[in-house]
Structures are given as C-alpha cells and as structure tokens.
Write a protein that binds this ligand. Structure first.
Ligand SMILES: Cc1ncc(COP(=O)(O)O)c(C=O)c1O
Length: 400
C-alpha cells in the first residue's frame, strides 16, 4: 500500500459515518423480527418505524409513503415493473410508454430495455453537451398521449449534472404521466423535497450517504399505482416481501440524521475543494477537458478527460500513489465500452476512454486535493509520453 491513502470515489460508495457505525453495532444486539408480536419483535418494529419517520421527514414525505428496499436498484426496478404487474393497480394498458433519458443508471436503462420484450415502448431523451435532458423532446413524446411514466434521474452519477426535476414533473403531469426520479446521487447532497420536486416516486440508497450497503428506499406518493416487486410476505404493509433488514434500516435512519445536520455546510466545503481541484488541473495539465455541467452539478463530482491518456491507466497509476478514483460509474467499471453518459453528451469514444471521475466526500481535505494536484500531472505526462495518439493542443482541442 502507498504511504498515503486518499478515497476520491464517493459516488461509487461512501465509508460509514462513525455515528452510523455506532448505531449499527448497537443494533446488532437487537435480533428480533419486526413482525413478531413479542417484546423482541416490538423493539425491532419500533426502531424500523423510527427510521422510516426520519427518512420520510428529510424528504418532506409522510412515513406511510416510504417503502424500504434492498437497494436503489431494487427501488428503480419496482417502479418500472409497475408496467407489467398483474394487479388492477398497475399502470393502465392505454399508457404503455416509458420516457427515460440516455444517461440513466444501468438499473433503469436495462430494466426499461427488458420491458420492451413485454410490449412496453421506451423513449430515451437526448441530453445536451452538459448532460441536461431535452425538455422540448420530452413534451413531443408526451403529446402522443400513451406515456405512463417519466423516469429521469435527479443527479447523474458520472458527471454530476443536476436535472430540473420540478419542470420535468410539471410537464409529465400536464400530459397525465406519472413521474419518478432516481435521486440516489442527489439525496443527501442537495435538498430533496418530494412536494417541491413534484414527483410521484423517488429512489434513494443508503451507501451513497455514509450509510450501509444493501438498503434503499422508495418514496411512493399516496394514491399512486403500486405493486410489490418482491412478493410473498406482508412486510412493508404488503409492498415489499421479506423480513426487514433492521440493521440496514437503522443505519439508513442514522445516515439521514447525519446528513440533515451536516449536508449544508459540507456541500459548501466540497464545492470549494472541487473548484480548487478543477483550477489546479487547468493550471498544471495541458488539454484537460471537463465533462458535465459547469455549475448545475453535484458539489462533489468532477469528471475530466485527458486526451492521449487511457482512463484505466490513469486509475492504476493513481492507485499506486494511494489515490482511488474511477473511470466512470462503479457498475460500468470492468467494461471496456466507453461511458454511455459521456457518449450521450456528444463526447467521442476516444475522449470518453480518457476520462476519470473524481468524487469527493466528507473525509476529504485540502491536503488530499493538494496531494492529488502534485501526483496527477506526472501521471498524465508519463502516460501521454508512452502514447502515440497525443499531440499537445491537438486532436481533441476542437472538442472543448
Ligand atoms: C444514480 C444511481 N442510481 C442507482 C444506483 C444503484 O443503487 P444501489 O447501489 O443501492 O443499487 C446507483 C449506484 O451507483 C446510482 O449511482
């Protein structure tokens, strides 16, 4: 291991907040099944419901509108599966079209694609060079009248771009469609209020906000269509079968409490670190091309391309120096395909291959950024020196 270890991959996952860890260690003693009627069960139930209240409160929802799930991916699958469930409560047969965007997380894109084999039509919204969805195109698709659901993520996991969810919800509702947002990356980083956003469904995940992995939640507005994605139990008021992950739920509840206390000041601090990083890269490395929206973006996320340097090589050299970044989303790493998000913003495959994502978190300091700015220029020039593809100020300059 390198002498210094810096974790800059907080969009992949975050370390547990110390308070979350404390809560979960204490909770390990509490093994009762929340569905049991005896004292052990009642204690577990009380803790699960307490966490539900805290999660609901932080997004301005009623506790009855929160369904705990096994992950953000499961919550997203649950919403999309409303098209193909057998209950009378599923999305009506006259509205068998989904509108989503080209830059969604794979758990939305692949599930939507899968639904096309069940007769569902899927429309993918284009995004501009900064990753903002095309609202005019949204309206054009909605005019067809057959759209049951619009699902657009609130913040992108690779480039950090934030969408105008209130505007998208308003347009969707004007044409009678329901509105879902995947807020896995936004929740706990920017204010999320379900009424201000105007959404009918909203997804969150524990491990992106210093909570545990394997726990997510779906907000379901009162009166919305709903079918369980996992069946065979009365848990979550019949909305998600399976004995509740009490540890995960309590950890999520505490993670949300900590975000409520820390988020505002922390996001200002992270924006400062990101600005410092961006400025330092611009000053010290030739031809660095930044991806995503310059201002309407998560404070912690910086995505940058270095023409003539492969993202994987950058990642490995940085890893040797003790710095952890990613080449895109954690889910896509290991894939040799260029990022679908960057391609959708109009970036060419070569530039997409030369990009890294630096995602900051609550443990990062000014010293971490300084160390990164000391190490990165050497890494890029070493890789570029070995590359025949790089001409300073050359091939990719037009892509700025
Ligand atoms: C935008 C987005 N949606 C959904 C997910 C999936 O969440 P989970 O890991 O809880 O399944 C992720 C995780 O990377 C994500 O970034």
């Amino acid at each position: 291991m390198a002498a210094r270890q810096i974790y800059f991959d907080n969009n992949a996952t975050t370390p547990l907040h110390p308070e979350v860890k404390k809560e979960m260690v204490a909770a390990m003693e509490m093994f009762g099944n929340p569905s049991s009627m005896h004292a052990y069960g009642r204690e577990a139930r009380a803790n699960v419901e307490d966490a539900r209240r805290r999660v609901a409160g932080f997004m301005g929802a009623d506790e009855s509108e929160i369904v705990f799930t096994g992950s953000g991916s499961e919550a997203n699958n649950t919403v999309l599966s409303l098209f193909v469930c057998s209950s009378a409560l599923c999305i009506p047969g006259s509205r068998q079209t989904i509108i989503t965007s080209k830059i969604e997380h794979p758990c939305v894109l692949e599930t939507s694609q899968c639904l096309t084999h069940r007769g569902i039509d899927v429309k993918y919204l284009e995004v501009d060079r900064y990753g903002k969805v095309d609202l005019q195109q949204l309206e054009e698709h909605l005019k067809a009248g057959s759209v049951g659901l619009v699902s657009v993520m609130m913040a992108n996991n690779e480039i950090g771009t934030l969408q105008d969810i209130p505007a998208i919800s308003e347009i969707a509702h004007r044409y009678g469609a329901l509105m879902h947002t995947d807020a896995v990356q936004a929740f706990g980083k920017v204010p999320v209020n379900v009424d201000d956003l105007g959404v009918d469904f909203l997804t969150i995940s524990g491990h992106k906000i210093y909570g545990p992995k394997g726990i997510g939640a779906l907000y379901v507005r009162k009166g919305m269509p709903y079918c369980p994605f996992i069946r065979g139990g009365h848990q979550e008021k019949g909305r998600r079968a399976g004995t509740e992950n009490t540890l995960g739920i309590m950890g999520l509840g505490m993670a949300v409490d900590m975000r409520a206390i820390e988020m505002e000041a922390e996001e200002v601090r992270l924006q400062g670190l990101k600005d410092m990083l961006r400025k330092g890269i611009e000053e010290r490395i030739d031809d660095a091309l930044f991806n995503g929206h310059p201002t309407d973006s998560l404070a912690n996320t910086l995505n940058v391309s270095f023409p003539g340097a492969e993202g994987e090589a950058i990642l490995l050299y940085l890893d040797l120096a003790g710095i952890a970044v990613s080449t895109g989303s954690a889910c896509a790493s290991g894939s040799l395909d260029p990022s679908h998000v960057l391609l959708a913003t109009g970036v060419d495959a070569e530039r997409a291959h030369g990009s890294i994502r630096i995602s900051l978190g609550r443990d990062n300091t000014v010293e971490d950024v300084e160390y990164m700015l000391d190490v990165l220029p050497g890494v890029i020039s070493r890789i570029r020196d070995m590359s025949t593809a790089y001409i300073k100020g050359g091939v990719h300059a037009s892509a700025r």
